[in-house]
Design a protein around this ligand. Sequence first.
Ligand code: GDP
Ligand code: MN
Length: 344
Amino acid sequence: PEQWLRENSEDAVARNERWWKRSPRKPRAAIISLVRNEELEGIMQSMRQLEHHWNKKYQYSWVFFNEKPFSERFKAATSNLTSARVYYELIPIEHWSTPEWVDEDRYMNSLDYLGTIGVGKGWMLSYRNMCRWNSGFFYKHPRLRDFDYYWRVEPDVHFFCDINYDPFRFLHENNLVYGFNMNILDDARSFPTLWAKTVDFIQQHPDLVHPDADLDWLVDEQGEYNNCQFFSNFEIGSLNFFRAKENEKYFDWLDKHGGFYYERFGDAPIHTLSVAMFAPKQAAWFFRDIGYQHDINRHCPPHSEDRCSCQPTNLDENFYKLVPLESPQMKPRDTCIRQWLGSG
Ligand code: GDP
Ligand code: MN
């Protein structure tokens, strides 16, 4: 943690400027969003803020994905909010349908069961396809073939801070594969067998695990998964990392088991475990300088009033103060980020 504290965003900015001067070529990167026509207002809100705080200067393309064709109204309204290129992409049907090896009855039972016990969106068919697409398909879409990095944006999220550097360049220059800015506990009832399947995978394919992989922050004293995860509705990452055989084999392994349908495997724990297994710990980056909100989860960088329009909470301050994990100031769901900061 001491070392982490010294790495402040000014260093990041300076490094980026040096790299910009050396290498005038822009990273091949895009802002991507899976979104429905009905979420037009929400995505306009997210777009306005990200354009205002960052992309109006950097001009990265937006790529919108949908399993249904985008409406003319959707296209016109979103195109109007950016001067960068915009693409509207249909998801191939085979990327958004239940595979033939999934048993229909078991699947329907799981929708009933998770719905009844109150797992969030546990009863929704579309949510299962969405999680599976975000886990194993987004990086396979032909439109992304010419891109190396992506920034995932959802409707109705908030960006609070001016971002005066290029996070894509930052990833590229520092050999990072994944950037997050929130790290939370998810409802473990949505993926009861995910950890067992992951352990099986590691045992079957020890050669695929990165020699500097560090799963300590994800595993408790009993050797069980602690359910911490990068909150994947915000992520800035390397497409090539996800396209590599390690992640592909892991995704296929989970998919063949049917966990996207018999359970509600989320893309967040899967991305988290994949990054932890197939990349060194230092290849993931906490973008703590990017103020962000998704529903009730919010991250506001302290001491950044000059560039952020949010109010830091105790939790935000605590990231920097290194209060003990047991302290009453730490709430249980906030322990994940400290686990990550504290290990390795
Ligand atoms: P939550 O954040 O886990 O509650 O899930 P969301 O409902 O926000 O969905 C995650 C992302 O997938 C958002 O960008 C949604 O717009 C998108 N999404 C969810 N379901 C669908 C769907 O059926 N079709 C499309 N096109 N997008 C979807
Ligand atoms: Mn969401």
